[in-house]
Design a protein around this ligand. Structure first.
Ligand code: CA
Length: 320
């Protein structure tokens, strides 16, 4: 327990919460160094890029804030009487972005992730954005390193805008991936798409490319468990791996005030956490990203806090 002279002095004792019988999720983080060799299991990689965002975004600050918010949760899941205190979350740190060259930043994300995904084939990446543009280079890298990929995207928006009008922004990642043939439309499932947040032309594009779309009405009226099971069943025999992309603006604005594109009529946090945990239980689910949190406009880091719980729900799903 440390120095008996100062039993209540935190610094003198160098006591962690773990010594006191409670482990904080942040204590599971193990920074990776090259001499550590190959990583297996869950690993964080920050992609702090938010300049391609259509609306003003400080999402480049999110990787740091999400890591910090892991200190706000414990490792104990009462619902399953499961303590994840002995798990490890590897952390590769953040990819360094170019200050002004967005294409260069996109390339750096793709190159770095492709090397990580190839060199660590048993690693299950959790990419921390950044805005949603980072999913394009992440998924390009994932498909090159790991094979045919199915994608389950939680989002208020289709993100199927063309790139001709505004470049490779946070509104285009899945259009870029489909146009570039990195993923096939029939391997993309979008959950939580909302009213008055998209143009009809993007739904038409989704239909023309056999993208499966579950609008919020489906999430509201059906069980999320059914939707996830149906999604896994439709993908798992067609693809080598499944990647989950969590745009935090799939949540209602009441649950995610820190998203640049907030709006009403969205998902509640428990539904999202249930979905992520269930997805993680599927062996083919081997990658995830969490995007679109701007800590500079958030309220008490509420949105980054949800992201920390998404990480823990994923870890719990993999453990079950
Ligand atoms: Ca999005």
């Amino acid at each position: 327990m440390g120095d008996a002279k100062y039993p209540h002095l935190y610094a003198a004792n160098k006591a962690t919460f773990k010594d006191r019988g409670i482990t904080k999720a942040a204590e599971l983080i193990k920074p990776w160094q090259e001499q550590d060799g190959t990583v297996e299991g869950i690993a964080l990689v920050g992609a702090p890029l938010s300049k391609p965002s259509i609306s003003h975004s400080g999402a480049s600050f999110a990787p740091g804030t999400i890591r910090k918010m892991l200190s706000s949760c414990t490792t104990y899941a009462i619902e399953d009487d499961l303590d994840l205190a002995d798990e490890v979350i590897h952390d590769f740190g953040d990819i360094m972005m170019h200050v002004t060259d967005l294409a260069e930043s996109d390339q750096r994300i793709e190159q770095t992730l492709q090397t990580l995904y190839s060199e660590h084939p048993q690693m299950i990446p959790i990419v921390l954005g950044g805005d949603h543009s980072v999913s394009a280079p992440s998924l390009k890298a994932f498909t090159r390193a790991r094979g045919t990929i199915g994608v389950i995207q939680f989002d208020a928006h289709h993100d199927l805008r063309n790139t001709e009008d505004g470049g490779p922004s946070n509104g285009t990642p899945f259009r870029r991936l489909i146009d570039g043939k990195a993923i096939a439309g029939q391997h993309l499932i979008q959950i939580g798409i909302r009213n008055f947040a998209n143009g009809k032309m993007y739904k038409d594009f989704a239909d023309a490319h056999d993208i499966t779309v579950y609008p919020m009405k489906a999430v509201h009226e059906r069980s999320i468990v059914d939707i996830i099971n149906e999604s896994i069943a439709s993908l798992q025999h067609k693809v080598d791996h499944i990647y989950v992309s969590v745009d935090m603006d799939v949540l209602d604005q009441a649950f995610a005030p820190g998203c640049p594109a907030i709006g009403p009529g969205g998902m509640d946090s428990y539904t999202l956490l249930t979905a992520v945990e269930l997805l993680a239980q599927c062996d083919k689910v081997t990658g995830m990203d969490i995007v679109e949190i701007d800590p500079t406009v958030d309220f008490r880091d509420m949105t980054s806090r949800v992201a920390a719980h998404v990480i823990m729900a994923f870890l719990k799903g993999k453990k079950k």
